[in-house]
Design a binder for this molecule. Structure first.
Ligand SMILES: Cc1cc2nc3c(=O)[nH]c(=O)nc-3n(C[C@H](O)[C@H](O)[C@H](O)COP(=O)(O)O)c2cc1C
Length: 196
């Protein structure tokens, strides 16, 4: 089984990509195989022109097609997921996420747009036929801090969300392997772990 770590941030370095990478490392520790795809590394013109024949876009789509699960990370831009991520989702076929388990992840400047993943991204993932969309993980910039000396520091609430998210992902993969329906998604996930 392969888990694709899909980054939709145009920035480098990227806070959401670092959180995604951290989640990937936790999944590796749990014995899972991960592969990474940064949409910002794909050819911009081919993406913007929706050039379905571009070899790098075809290779990226093939990588996604082979994965059983996807962790999708995006920054929040203008109260929505990034346009770069949208440009990639737009070139997927209508059933591009068929049978896949998806864990949505976002970082944003404030808590004001914590619902953006559930209102904006989740319906698109469902339209692409994702099998099971797990509880989202939303972190504000102050909850995800990078220093050169210490690397990525997560606050306690986000650490717990990451732990819960990775274990839910594994449970769903096990269910998938056994041919059982994936477990019930939590309906108000991004509220978990955030201060009220
Ligand atoms: C163009 C732009 C628009 C942004 N819009 C929002 C926004 O609407 N809501 C929010 O909470 N943060 C917003 N932010 C802050 C980013 O979402 C936040 O800093 C995020 O962690 C950046 O992730 P990245 O480093 O992976 O790109 C915006 C940042 C930029 C550059």
């Amino acid at each position: 089984m392969t888990i694709l770590l899909l980054s939709g941030s145009p920035s480098s370095p990227s806070r959401s990509a670092r959180l995604l990478n951290f989640i990937g490392e936790r999944l590796n520790e749990l014995g899972q195989r991960t592969v990474s795809l940064h949409v910002r590394d794909l050819p911009a013109q081919a993406l913007l022109h929706a050039d379905f024949s571009d070899p790098e876009l075809l290779a990226a789509k093939a990588l996604l097609a082979k994965a059983e699960a996807i962790v999708i990370a995006t920054p929040i831009y203008k109260a929505a997921y990034s346009g770069l991520l949208k440009s990639f989702l737009d070139i997927l076929p209508q059933d591009g996420l068929d049978g896949k388990i998806v864990l949505p992840v976002a970082t944003g400047g404030s808590q004001s747009h914590m619902l953006a993943l559930d209102y904006g991204l989740r319906p698109v993932l469902a339209a692409l036929s994702a099998r099971h969309i797990l509880s989202s993980i939303y972190a504000t910039d102050s909850q995800v801090v990078w220093t050169d000396g210490q690397g990525l520091q997560l606050d306690d609430a986000i650490s717990r969300r990451v732990q819960d998210g990775t274990h839910l992902l594994l449970d769903s993969l096990v269910s998938l392997q056994r041919g059982k329906p994936a477990g019930q998604a939590v309906q108000s996930p991004i509220l978990n772990g955030l201060p009220c």
